[in-house]
Design a protein around this ligand. Structure first.
Ligand code: SD4
Length: 327
């Protein structure tokens, strides 16, 4: 077996061991043909391979990209060890875990929640906002009320570990985002399914120890994430204030619309930051992922250290993104 085949084979067995899908079992047994070309494909910011695997479970069965990205985002949301998303997320400087999330489907529908507390799966609330209300975004207390009315459970999301980190932070009380070190694990996840439906999702607890009430880029359509079936989708992670000021994800999708490869489009959005905000860019990290509706992908960041997960053709891998600055 050549090394690529061996790798795929291993990944397939891994997927099967994880109970990913019967379909891939059939592929291994020769009973089903693997999907042609690049589709389906899902990518996510950082090493969110458990999220891309959950998404692939849906995509590999012919499922909808929207369901896949929601399922993917729910993985870090429920993970107490992930300190930037959902349950276990680091709180704001007053000790409250406040969550931001957004989602878009293949029709260009969008839903979003921001400054939401006590709900473990903000991405699913964002989806309900999209599907069940005439609005795009619900905020704070109103978002919580809506979530409760939809049957979501009110929970304490502040873990002991996150509370301790906050107590430690309070000793100095310095709000200083540090490149990559804050364990930025915000999930941006974008996918295209076998029927060429594009969708995207983004979910975060935001910058650790932020001011109470601070909302970042992640729930803002076009900033933290943007998806357009005609073109593709993009998502962001890192210092939200910088992404917000350039609507980075929208910019990437528009660059792809004008014909750029996702890689070049992501690079352009990062260059835009470096040009417009040189000092902030030197001190802070921003990373983008991009996927076009042909299944091509790319990623780029200001500083080294940004990686992303890619699940395509039955292989789930982590790729290192290139960066504008070298160190
Ligand atoms: C924010 N962009 O709230 C988010 C933070 C982030 O990984 O990406 N963390 O600014």
């Amino acid at each position: 077996m050549n090394s690529r085949r061996k790798f795929l084979h291993t990944s397939l067995l891994g997927a099967l061991a994880a109970g990913t899908s019967d379909f891939w079992g059939d592929v291994l047994n020769g009973a089903a043909a693997p999907p042609k070309g690049n589709l389906p494909v899902v990518i996510a910011t950082w090493d969110n391979r458990r999220a891309t695997a959950a998404a692939w479970d849906i995509l590999s069965k012919g499922g909808r990209a929207l369901d896949a990205v929601e399922a993917g985002a729910r993985i870090p949301e429920a993970d107490p060890k992930d300190t930037s998303v959902g349950y276990g997320g680091f709180p704001d400087r007053d000790g409250h875990v406040t969550l931001d999330a957004c989602i878009m489907d293949e029709f260009g529908n969008a839903g979003s929640v921001n400054f939401l507390q006590h709900i473990m799966h903000p991405i699913s609330v964002a989806r309900r906002v999209m599907e069940k209300t005439p609005h795009v975004m619900l905020s704070g207390e109103g978002a919580l009320q809506f979530a409760l009315s939809e049957g979501f459970k009110k929970e304490n999301l502040l873990t002991e570990e996150a509370r301790k980190a906050w107590e430690n932070w309070k000793i100095k009380s310095e709000y200083k985002p540090v490149i990559n070190i804050e364990r930025h694990d915000t999930i941006g996840i974008v996918a295209i399914d076998a029927q060429r439906r594009v969708a995207g999702a983004c979910s975060t607890s935001g910058m650790a120890f932020k001011m109470h009430g601070r909302v970042g880029d992640s729930p803002i359509i076009g900033a933290g994430m943007y998806a357009d079936n005609e073109v593709g989708a993009a998502a962001a992670t890192g210092l939200g204030e910088m992404v917000l000021k350039t609507l980075g994800s929208f910019l990437i999708v528009e660059e792809m619309r004008r014909g750029k490869h996702p890689q070049k489009a992501a690079e352009e959005a990062i260059r835009r930051l470096a040009r417009k905000y040189p000092q902030q860019s030197e001190k802070n990290q921003v990373g983008y992922i991009a996927l076009d509706n042909r299944g091509r992908h790319g990623a780029f960041s200001l500083h080294p250290g940004f990686n992303y997960a890619l699940f395509q053709q039955a292989a789930n891998q982590v790729l290192e993104a290139g960066s504008y600055f070298n160190k």
